[in-house]
Design a protein around this ligand. Structure first.
Ligand code: AMP
Ligand code: MG
Length: 485
């Protein structure tokens, strides 16, 4: 018996040339380790059935209902600036699409389901630690109000997989997404000069994400603008949380504006624009402070792919696309100011105040998350909690705090709103690492589940949970995360 899910398959039906029909690998002992029951219910799925044996089969790619047409997606992409004309799902499968009871369409996708023809040198596998990391961080992002793919389940496969630290438990992540269309999906056809297929892809993407643009004049250009707007909003939200994605390759930037592919990502603690966690990002290309520039760089790659659809005259197409990119730069700036104004409880973004705040933090090791949670005390007249976060609190800090109080008063801000915008609990790196190690090395899920519970309610203070709100102790090793997930 398979779990009753009625898959739709618009991607398989409409996008020939962008995938290969494929099957998941057979596993020795698939087990559901973690099921996101809230998400399952939202999707209209039977959570209880998913938790059983048939669920474990389905969520690792076996025993699929007849409506499933599993496939591996093809895409291209710029990785660390270098172009690969063919990447694709090397270890992933799109099972199909689920239309939820509200009528929204979601991809159901597996990661770690075995080698596909796109695997190149990879083993097609995923291991428990990184799969749990994606579950945890994507749930945290969702709770923080950031558009993201969502984790539906983590299954163990019953076998072990070789990684740099030895054998680790094999696992499969099941996740949902508004779609898996990426900038790199467009680059795939553009690189092959397949203009007709590119046009079909654009129509498909518009129908799925921007249906009001269907049949519009200038649809390609306006689509580029929409994607830019979504991504500008997304990256501004990342910046407001100290989130470092870590691999903003064009194959990891969605058209939907959802965060995707949680590999070497982490939340910055001490403010430093150069913060990087990825072991392979030696140049700091995807450092915290570079993310806005990369957003525009990636959008320019999408623009390039769409040029022939924007205008038959290439010079004119380039001029129009460049205008959209410049407009997105300005839009990003507005989003960024809006995010930080909200974090300060200000109605009107005060660029001078916001920029001065970033300058104050520089070189002071200020815990980014804690700073904002200390603001209500500042507004109550007590600067000590903020000052304690600085290595050397100085007159510039005192002046800024005075200006901030004045701006807040002048705009009649609401102190009670601050803690609803600024999280107390983020996935702190040292806690994430400890939780993943306990799960992966000792089979102990308790630390993971406790941390998950905190980050799923990031704004609500819980008594006895102070450790979850504190940065890593000064002697903690610097966290490095690996791409070999
Ligand atoms: P990512 O960095 O996870 O976005 O992956 C980049 C590309 O490498 C994608 O095409 C993945 O499908 C592929 N890939 C990553 N890990 C593996 C693996 N273990 N086996 C096969 N392909 C992989
Ligand atoms: Mg990827």
């Amino acid at each position: 018996m398979s779990v009753a899910i009625r898959f739709e398959n618009s991607y398989a039906e409409e996008l020939q040339g962008l995938y290969l029909p494929w099957q998941g690998q057979d596993w020795p002992d698939p087990q559901v380790l973690l099921l996101n029951t809230a998400l399952a219910e939202r999707l209209g799925l039977d959570a209880q059935a998913l938790q059983g044996d048939a669920g474990a089969q389905l969520l690792t790619g076996q025993g699929l209902p007849a409506s499933a047409r599993p496939l591996a997606q093809a895409y291209a992409g710029h990785q660390f600036g270098g172009f690969s004309p063919q990447l694709g799902d090397g270890r992933a499968l799109l099972l199909g699409e689920i239309v939820d009871p509200q009528g929204q369409r979601h991809d159901l996708h597996l990661k770690g389901s075995g080698r596909t023809p796109f695997a190149r040198g990879g083993d097609g596998r995923a291991v428990l630690g990184p799969v749990l990391r994606e579950y945890l961080i994507s749930e945290a992002m969702h709770a923080l109000g950031v558009p993201t793919t969502r984790a539906l389940a983590v299954c163990t496969t019953g076998d072990r997989v070789l990684r740099q630290n030895g054998l680790e438990p094999g696992a499969v992540l099941a996740r949902t997404a508004a779609s898996h269309l990426r900038v790199g999906t467009f680059q795939f056809f553009a690189a092959r000069g397949e203009g007709d297929k590119l046009r079909l892809l654009l129509e498909y993407a518009i129908a799925r994400h921007d249906p009001d643009l269907s049949g519009a004049d200038d649809a390609a250009l306006r689509f580029l603008e929409r994607v830019g707007a979504r991504q500008a909003r997304l990256v501004a939200q990342w910046m407001g949380l100290g989130f470092v994605h870590g691999v903003m390759n064009t194959d990891n930037m969605t058209i939907s504006g959802e965060t995707i592919d949680y590999g070497p990502c982490a939340f910055m603690e001490g403010y430093d624009p150069a913060t990087v966690f990825s072991s392979i990002d030696h140049q700091g290309r995807y450092a915290y402070g570079n993310q806005p520039a990369i957003l525009l760089w990636n959008l320019a790659r999408l623009a390039e792919a769409l040029l022939g659809l924007i205008d038959a005259d290439e010079t004119r197409a380039i001029a129009r696309a460049s205008e959209v990119i410049e407009a997105t730069r300005a839009r990003y700036r507005e989003e960024w100011l809006g995010v930080f104004a909200a974090k300060l409880g200000l109605r009107d973004p005060d660029a001078g105040l916001i920029e001065a705040m970033h300058a104050l933090w520089t070189g002071q090791g200020v815990d980014f998350t804690s700073f904002f949670r200390a603001l209500p005390q500042v507004l109550g007249g007590d600067d000590s909690a903020v000052a304690a976060l600085f290595q050397a609190p100085d007159q510039a800090l005192a002046d800024w705090l005075r200006d901030y109080r004045a701006a807040f008063l002048a705009q009649a801000g609401d102190v009670a709103q601050l803690d609803a915008v600024n999280p107390l609990y983020i996935p702190r790196n040292h806690l994430v690492e400890a939780a993943l190690a306990a799960a992966s090395d000792q089979g102990d899920m308790a630390p993971f589940l406790a941390l998950l519970e905190r980050v799923q309610a990031p704004f609500t203070e819980v008594s006895g949970a102070d450790d979850y709100a504190r940065p890593a102790p000064g002697d903690a090793p610097k966290i490095v995360t690996f791409c070999g997930t």
